[in-house]
Design a protein around this ligand. Structure first.
Ligand code: UDP
Ligand code: MG
Length: 138
């Protein structure tokens, strides 16, 4: 079993898509260990996306992620990391496969509805960024 972190991003929360997105995730066989709405501070968003700090899009990304509430969701499943990346689709919705969450609901490559961890190691780290172990129950 692997853990992976989903975040329903502010664009999707603003459009009230959280129910539809969570249904897709559950129908795909993921189990939710925990979820909670949060409004990220600038510091928290900067820390979460630290690996992108030298990228051109970093400051706008931080701006976007702090623009409204988002919903981190701790997920568990066999092969969760890769399966969740498949389920969400490419970063840019124009390149995402039919039926993926980003194809369905993303506006563009920044406002792309959901986050998904990109490795097993980051799945664990990112789940722990938002949830203490004691709050991660099956
Ligand atoms: N992003 C952006 N412009 C880009 C690439 C990425 O605004 O050219 C944003 C987008 O919200 C993306 C996030 O930065 O989801 C993290 O980028 P990454 O390359 O890690 O994409 P992801 O892993 O989310 O598909
Ligand atoms: Mg990424």
């Amino acid at each position: 079993m692997q853990r992976t972190l989903c975040i329903i991003k502010p664009d999707a929360v603003e459009k009230n898509l959280q129910g539809k997105i969570i249904k897709i995730i559950l129908d795909a066989g993921f189990q939710i260990l925990n979820l909670k709405p949060v409004r990220l501070t600038r510091k928290q968003a900067e820390k979460f996306y630290e690996i992108h700090k030298d990228k051109m899009f970093y400051s706008e990304l931080v701006e976007f992620m702090t623009s409204g509430s988002c919903i981190p969701i701790a997920l568990v499943k066999e092969n969760a990391v890769n399966d969740f990346r498949e389920l969400i689709g490419a970063t840019n919705p124009a390149e995402a496969k039919e039926g993926t969450i980003r194809k369905l609901y993303a506006d563009d490559k920044q406002r792309n509805a959901v986050h998904g961890s990109d490795s097993v190691e980051n799945g664990i780290k990112e789940v722990n960024f938002f949830f203490p172990e004691i709050e991660l129950t099956m």
